[in-house]
Write a protein that binds this ligand. Structure first.
Ligand SMILES: Cc1cc2nc3c(=O)[nH]c(=O)nc-3n(C[C@H](O)[C@H](O)[C@H](O)COP(=O)(O)OP(=O)(O)OC[C@H]3O[C@@H](n4cnc5c(N)ncnc54)[C@H](O)[C@@H]3O)c2cc1C
Length: 430
C-alpha cells in the first residue's frame, strides 16, 4: 500500500474511534445543539493533532510523501479546521442559549468567565488570524517571514486548545478510555513535532558542523555554495532532496530558505545552487568562505527511491535544474535530460551535465529560445518527438510553475502513468 493511502487510512481510523467514543462513552449533552457543538469540537482537536503531525517533518513520512504534498495537505486541513473551529462554539453557545432560555450574548459572557472556555475563545481568535493571513490574497501581499511569524501564533492556539480540552470538555475527559485515547494522540503529535523540528535539526547541526567551503558564481544571478562538515557520510541525504538553510550574519538568523542539492552528496561535501530573487538568495554571493551554516533536512521525495522503471526522463526549467543535475549523477540506467532555458548563457550547470552525460548512458538536450504559441517545447508532440519511448520512463520535472504544469498536462495526454511522474515545484504550499 502507498504511504499516502496508509496515512489517510490511519486518519480515517481515528475519525472512527472518535465517533465510537462520542456515541458510547461521552456523557449525554444537555441539548442536541450542544451535542453537535461537542461533536465538532472533537473533530477540531483531531484536525489540530493532524496538523501538528503534517508539519513535524518526520523523515519517514517526508521521504515517502514529500514536503510539498505534506504542506499542501496542511493547507487544506488548516482551512477545514478553521470552519470546524468556528462552528464548534457557535453550536455550543446556541445550544446553551436555547437550553437556559437566555440570549447568545449572555451565554457568551458566561462562558468567557470560565478559564477553560476563555482559553478556547482566544485559540479561536488566533486560528482566525492565521487563516486570514493564509488566504491567497493576503499571502501574496505579505513577505514570507511576516506570514511565517503570524502563523507561529498557532502554537499558542494549540496550547490553549489543550487547556480548553483538559479542563472544560466532558466529551474528552468524561470516561477514562476517552481521556487515555486523547492523551496518546496529543503526546504522539507533540513528541513528533519536537523531535522533527527541534531535536533532529539541532543534533544534526551539532554533529556535522557545516561550513562554507567555496562560493562559485555560475552566472550573473546564480551562485553555487559548496558546504563541508564532519562525518557527512552519515548524513542520510539523497540527490533530488533539499535542505532549509540558514546563513547567520548574511541573511539574518531568522531567514531560512529552501535550496535543493545541486550535486549528489558524496559523503564529503554538499552543494546548493541558488538564483538571486530576493535578499536572502542574493546575499549568498557574499557569504565568506569558512562561515558556519545551519541546515534542516534533508527533505523531499524527489529522489530515485520513487523510481519505477529502468529508464528516466529528467526535465528541467531555469534554476529548477538543481535537483535534476543531482539526479543525473544518481539515477542508474538510460537517462535523457531536457533542459529549458531562455538562452544558452542562462543554462547554468549545463557543461557539467554534458560532461556527466559523456561518462554514462545519458543524453542532454538544451531547449533554448523563445516559446512560440504554435509549438510549445513541452507540448505532447514535441515531447514524443524528442523522447519517443517516454511512456516507458519515469519522468522527473522541476521548473517554473507554468512550465511544470504544461509538462504534467502533456504527460497526462500522452498516457504516462501517474506513478511514473515526479514533480518538484520549488514551492511549499504555505
Ligand atoms: C523545496 C524547494 C527547493 C528549492 N530549491 C531551490 C534551488 O535549488 N535553487 C534556487 O535558486 N531556488 C530554490 N528554491 C526557491 C528558493 O527557496 C527561493 O527562491 C528563496 O527562498 C527566495 O528567498 P529570498 O529571501 O531570496 O526571496 P524572497 O523575495 O524573500 O522570496 C521569494 C519567494 O520565495 C519563497 N520563499 C522565501 N523564503 C522561503 C522559505 N523560507 N520557505 C519556503 N519558501 C520561501 C516565497 O514563496 C517567496 O514569496 C526552492 C524552493 C523550494 C520550496
Amino acid at each position: 500500500m502507498r504511504t499516502a493511502q496508509l496515512f489517510w487510512g490511519v486518519v480515517a481510523l481515528n475519525v472512527a474511534v472518535v465517533w465510537a467514543l462520542f456515541f458510547t462513552v461521552a456523557p449525554e449533552p444537555r441539548h442536541p445543539l450542544i451535542g453537535v457543538g461537542q461533536f465538532l469540537g472533537l473533530h477540531a482537536a483531531l484536525l489540530m493533532i493532524l496538523q501538528l503531525t503534517l508539519i513535524a517533518r518526520l523523515p519517514w513520512l517526508d521521504r515517502r510523501v514529500g514536503m510539498d504534498r505534506l504542506t499542501s495537505w496542511h493547507r487544506w486541513v488548516g482551512f477545514t479546521l478553521f470552519w470546524v473551529v468556528l462552528l464548534h462554539p457557535a453550536f455550543v453557545v446556541l445550544g446553551y442559549a436555547v437550553f437556559y432560555r437566555s440570549t447568545v450574548w449572555r451565554q457568551l459572557t458566561n462562558l468567557a468567565g470560565m478559564a477553560g472556555s476563555l482559553a478556547g475563545m482566544v485559540a479561536l481568535a488566533l486560528v482566525i488570524v492565521a487563516a486570514g493571513v493564509s488566504v491567497r490574497w493576503a499571502r501574496r501581499r505579505l513577505s514570507y517571514e511576516t506570514w511565517h511569524a503570524l502563523h507561529l501564533l498557532l502554537y499558542a492556539a494549540v496550547t490553549l486548545v489543550l487547556i480548553h480540552q483538559l479542563f472544560e470538555v466532558s466529551a474528552f475527559t468524561g470516561a477514562p478510555v476517552a481521556a487515555a485515547y486523547w492523551w496518546v494522540l496529543w503526546i504522539f503529535a507533540i513528541t513528533a513535532l519536537i523531535a522533527g523540528r527541534i531535536v533532529l535539526p539541532v543534533w544534526r547541526n551539532a554533529r556535522h558542523r557545516l561550513y562554507v567551503a567555496a562560493v562559485v558564481p555560475e552566472s550573473p544571478d546564480v551562485v553555487s555554495v559548496h558546504i563541508r562538515g564532519r562525518d557527512l557520510d552519515r548524513l542520510p541525504a539523497r540527490a533530488g532532496q533539499f535542505f532549509i538553510w540558514r546563513f547567520p550574519g548574511y541573511a539574518g538568523w531568522w531567514r531560512a530558505n529552501p535550496f535543493s542539492l545541486s550535486a549528489a552528496p558524496d559523503g564529503r561535501s554538499l552543494r546548493l545552487t541558488a538564483k538571486a530573487v530576493g535578499d536572502a538568495s542574493a546575499a549568498l554571493r557574499h557569504v565568506p568562505v569558512g562561515s558556519r551554516v545551519f541546515a534542516e533536512g534533508p527533505y523531499g521525495a524527489f529522489t530515485a527511491m520513487h523510481r519505477t522503471r529502468d529508464r528516466t526522463l529528467l526535465i528541467a526549467g531555469g534554476v529548477g535544474v538543481t535537483p535534476i543535475r543531482a539526479l543525473l549523477e544518481d539515477l542508474p540506467g538510460d537517462v535523457v535530460v531536457l533542459y529549458r532555458a531562455r538562452t544558452d548563457a542562462d543554462a547554468v550547470l549545463l557543461e557539467e551535465m554534458r560532461a556527466l552525460a559523456r561518462t554514462r548512458d545519458a543524453r542532454v538536450h538544451l531547449l533554448a529560445g523563445r516559446t512560440s504559441a504554435g509549438d510549445p517545447p513541452f507540448g505532447p508532440d514535441n515531447l514524443r518527438r524528442l523522447v519517443p519511448d517516454l511512456t516507458d520512463r519515469d519522468v522527473y520535472v522541476c521548473g517554473p510553475p507554468a512550465m511544470t504544469d504544461a509538462v504534467l498536462r502533456s504527460l497526462r495526454d500522452l498516457g504516462v502513468p501517474r506513478r511514473q511522474v515526479h514533480a518538484e515545484r520549488f514551492r511549499l504550499a504555505a
